[in-house]
Design a binder for this molecule. Structure first.
Ligand SMILES: *Cc1c(COP(=O)(O)O)cnc(C)c1O
Length: 390
């Protein structure tokens, strides 16, 4: 249907992303920041990169921040620096974006899938413990855990860190979706021994292309990561002492992020306001997210559950009424072709399978207007009611 038809029929089109609206606020400042980089010409590891790393360290409380080329490369840099190798079993959820397990396979190790918690959608500590036992029986060496902060909610690091400690293995937080979130007042980036985030444009803090960062308090690990970010080369670039990558963050992206970081806390508040409104309006008609009291989500996504096999019908109904939605993730990793051969717990991943059939992400960003919100909630309500009636 052409856009003009929507307009003439008076349909309220709700934007799924807030990036265009954000440009109205920050656009001129970002453009002059980019212009400054173009003028000084230090495109690689220019002064903006060091300034951004210092700002991110201050924001998160992490001792070391290493920016890099993407969230995926952030995960890879940690795995390389940890010396992950064939025969290692790395525990991760299946209900996540593919990059979480992809980096494990690329390091030659084996992802071992763990089920998630029904309420938080994040790694279940109980399932993790039994997966560690299963992996040992399979002859794998349990080496590390990649927990994912799905949709912006930090995983249960208190439990996960304790299980890791008992088993002598490490924890890496895949915080690609949760930059800015807090747990007990502590920011993401300081909740696990190392954390990796993404600055992909649609993440809570996004740049104008690909970007990422790693956070750690571990001096040795930070040093290894820095080496591997640029071909494992020593400072004088005369000797490669490790195998590495080309995984730097561009100065232009750092300049963009420095500007956006100044607005992040306000944007997180606005996302929280949207989440509170959705929860109040929708809690009686579908399952809404309800993070624990000690958690402040970054609200990368607002994801409800619609049971009774009507999720896709509801999404179609909303689409026809100008309300875009998304399904993260329709196919969990253990059901995707490249990952279906990897181990899952003996009882399967029942919560992961149930969630992937029921989840629906609604528009969530700081620039939704009151009429957007009203349009979303009233349409979701009538969509669910009409699907139940049929
Ligand atoms: C986005 C995302 C990544 C990858 O980040 P990129 O910057 O796109 O490489 C990894 N893990 C999760 C959970 C993500 O959502």
């Amino acid at each position: 249907m052409p856009i003009a038809t929507y307009v003439s029929s008076g349909l309220h089109m709700v934007p799924f992303s807030g990036l265009q609206a954000q440009r109205k606020v920050l656009g001129p400042r970002i453009e002059s920041a980019i212009q400054r980089v173009v003028d000084h010409g230090q495109f690689i590891l220019g002064p903006e990169v060091a300034r951004l790393e210092a700002s991110l360290a201050e924001y998160t409380g992490a001792r070391h921040v290493v920016t890099c080329s993407s969230g995926t490369d952030a995960l890879s840099l940690v795995l390389m620096s940890k010396g992950v190798k064939p025969g290692d079993g790395i525990f991760c959820p299946s209900f996540t974006f593919c990059a979480t397990a992809e980096v494990v396979c690329r390091a030659g190790a084996m992802p071992v899938f763990v089920d998630v918690d029904e309420a938080t959608f994040n790694m279940s500590p109980a399932s993790l413990e039994s997966a560690i036992g299963d992996a040992k029986r399979l002859g794998l060496e349990p080496t590390g855990i990649i927990a994912v902060d799905l949709f912006g909610v930090p995983a249960d690091y208190t439990s996960i860190n304790e299980i890791a400690r008992k088993n002598g293995i490490w924890v890496l937080a895949d915080a690609a979706q949760s930059f800015g979130a807090r747990s007990d007042g502590r920011r993401v980036g300081s909740l696990a021994a190392s954390s990796a985030t993404s600055f992909f444009p649609s993440k809570p803090l996004g740049c104008y292309g690909d970007g990422g960062a790693i956070f750690t308090d571990d001096d040795d690990l930070a040093q290894e990561i820095l080496l591997r970010r640029v071909h494992g080369q020593t400072q004088d670039r005369q000797n490669s002492v490790r195998l590495g990558m080309t995984a730097r963050l561009d100065s232009i992206q750092a300049a963009v992020l420095l500007e956006k970081l100044t607005l992040l806390n306000q944007e997180l508040e606005e996302r929280q306001t949207v989440a509170d409104y959705y929860a109040k309006e929708l809690c009686d008609i579908c399952i809404v997210p309800s993070p624990a009291k000690n958690i402040r989500s970054a609200w990368a996504q607002y994801t409800v559950r619609i049971g009774g096999h009507s999720r896709d019908q509801v999404a179609d109904y909303l689409k026809a009424r100008g309300i875009p939605t998304a399904v993260h993730y329709r196919r969990p990793l253990h059901r995707q072709t490249a990952y279906e051969m990897f181990p899952t717990p003996r009882g399967g991943l029942p919560v992961t399978d149930r969630l992937s059939a029921e989840v629906l992400s609604l528009p969530m960003h700081p620039y939704l207007t009151p009429s957007d919100l009203q349009a979303v909630t009233s349409s979701v309500r009538s969509a669910i009611e009409s699907c139940r009636a049929t």
